[in-house]
Ligand binder design. Structure first.
Ligand code: BES
Ligand code: ZN
Ligand code: ZN
Length: 501
């Protein structure tokens, strides 16, 4: 695992404008609203530069509008006004993107250290602790860059050394929690972005072992032989086309009593998806290193929950293998036997995610879970349904889906429920096996994926998150950088953090 490079430090600091240890101070300004007390103090320190600028009409505080004022007061050289728009239209999404964009801009203009005046970003809808958490996470995500594999001109890679979150109220606790969350997101991005020649199942398993050691998790790694003994026929079939042997990694966190049933996270871990014999045409195969993201998300979510010391038991189960074309590959028309004894007729080897999840979901029941949540880059059809804005979710339990929808509001990872109607189940009937893994006629691709998986969870409350289009960004924008987004680590932490509520 390449050791992490330069990270920006994000810390709480009491508000002291006279002895600022940063050269630039960012202040949030709502359109048409008076300055709050903290901004008034900054205005005094700046010899009324802020109020003069606002009076001049030059800066209207439209959302996203910025103005850099040179004030040159001791170590404090600049005040950057950040327009927040109308207060009634203010949302945490807007705050997150704005902070991420400004952080990147300041980094690129070689501002080593900058401060964010937290109270100026609070509003009637959001308290300061919430603002502190969101500013801390969005600054960290905005500043993150995946540079593990660059060897040239490393000195040209810019970085902000330290971001100070300023307030009279102490937000140390909120900021330390945010640091755990943003670290898990950033590490998820890095692992998902790691190329498939390096991040193969063995590498991933070692990574998980190391992560478990550092965060005090129990870790079991099952190899091909162990998986054969368990008779995971679907998982083994997908794995059999690759020289790189499969692994099944199980991590356990016990934050509650032994008798407390765990929540099990199951993540799709295809370290590279070529499609297998149903090979993907160009350019569909590029970015398929990202097909392990469900597994990446599962292990970093459990890591974060352990570091946050949440009072809950969690297990993560991640089947890891490569989907490759080979003389030994599984074929369309094969009939396989899953871990739960069901026979499955294969129709297209590119629908491999549901095959490895079938076995992993059935295996999850061994842990007597109170809920199972699976995370998978399962179907390209998600792009047609919600684009890259939100994650389609499906499941068999309205209460569990409700928890996820509720958590989505605070985490900003958007979700939308799709129905698993009986009519869809009809489409997976096979004449020669217990079930087909897809419907050759096509249609409702994302739902069909969910319907197939439902057969393997038994009666346990279960939710399926198809992250095929939200886990990957096509370009840099706001808190996202081109490549892995780390979505939905934040959502899942929020779900688990609020479990007993
Ligand atoms: N890994 C892909 C899904 C995917 C596509 C993820 C694009 C991210 C971006 C999955 O294994 C797959 O190939 N699914 C097929 C299913 C089909 C054969 C039923 C798909 O979406 O086309
Ligand atoms: Zn595939
Ligand atoms: Zn896949």
């Amino acid at each position: 695992m390449p050791e992490t490079k330069k990270e920006s430090k994000i810390t709480y600091s009491p508000l002291s404008l006279d002895k600022a240890s940063y050269s630039t101070l960012i202040i949030g300004i709502f359109k048409g609203k008076n300055l709050d007390d903290s901004a008034k103090k900054a205005n005094e320190r700046a010899g009324n530069a802020i109020s003069d600028c606002l009076k001049s009409g030059d800066f209207k505080a439209e959302y996203g509008e910025t103005r850099n004022l040179f004030i040159n007061k001791g170590s404090l050289k600049y005040i950057l006004l950040a327009g927040l728009g109308e207060e009634k239209e203010y949302k945490l999404e807007k705050l997150n993107s704005l902070i991420a964009e400004i952080s990147k801009r300041l980094r690129d203009s070689n501002i080593g250290k900058f401060g964010v005046l937290l109270p100026s970003f609070a509003s009637s809808g959001y308290d300061e602790a919430q603002i502190a958490e969101n500013v801390a996470i969005s600054a960290a995500l905005g500043l993150h860059q995946f540079i593990d594999f660059r060897t040239k001109e490393l000195d040209k890679i810019k970085n902000a050394d330290e971001v100070f979150l300023l307030s009279d109220k102490n937000h140390d606790a909120a900021i330390s929690q945010s640091r755990i969350i943003s670290n898990s997101i950033v590490k998820s991005r890095d692992l998902a972005n790691t190329p498939p020649n390096i991040a193969n199942p063995e590498y991933f398993a070692n990574y998980a072992k190391e992560l478990a050691k550092k965060s005090g998790l129990k870790c079991a790694i099952l190899n091909k032989h162990d998986i054969e003994k368990l008779k995971m026929g679907c998982f083994l079939a997908v794995a059999q086309g690759s020289k790189n042997e499969p692994r099944l990694v199980v991590l356990e966190y016990n934050g509650a009593g032994k008798s407390d049933k765990p929540v099990v996270l199951v993540g799709k871990g295809i370290t590279f998806d070529s499609g297998g014999l149903n090979i993907k045409p160009y350019p569909g195969m590029t970015t398929m290193k990202g097909d392990k993201t469900g597994a990446v998300i599962a292990i970093h979510t459990i890591e974060a929950c352990a570091l946050l010391k949440l009072p809950i038991n969690i297990v993560s189960i991640t089947p890891l293998c490569e989907n490759m074309p080979d003389a030994g590959s599984y074929r369309p028309d094969d009939i396989l036997k899953a871990y739960n004894g069901m026979t499955v007729e294969v129709k297209n080897t590119d629908a491999e995610g549901r095959m490895i999840l079938a076995d992993a979901l059935a295996y999850a029941n061994k842990y007597n879970p109170k809920a199972i949540i699976d995370i998978a880059t399962l179907t390209g059809a998600t792009m047609v349904i919600l684009g890259s804005v939100g994650t389609p979710i499906m499941g068999n339990d309205e209460k569990l889906l409700g928890k996820i929808k509720e958590a989505s509001k605070a985490s900003l990872d958007k979700v939308w429920e799709l129905p698993l109607w009986e009519e869809y189940a009809e489409l997976l009937k096979s004449e020669i096996a217990d079930i087909k893994h897809l419907n050759e006629e096509g249609g409702a691709g994302t739902i069909i994926g969910g319907i197939f998986l439902k057969n393997f969870v038994g009666n346990t409350p279960w939710a399926h998150l198809d992250i095929a289009s939200t886990s990957w960004a096509k370009m840099d924008s706001g808190i996202y950088a081109k490549g892995s987004t780390g979505v939905p680590v934040r959502l899942l932490i929020e779900v688990l953090r609020g479990w007993e509520k």
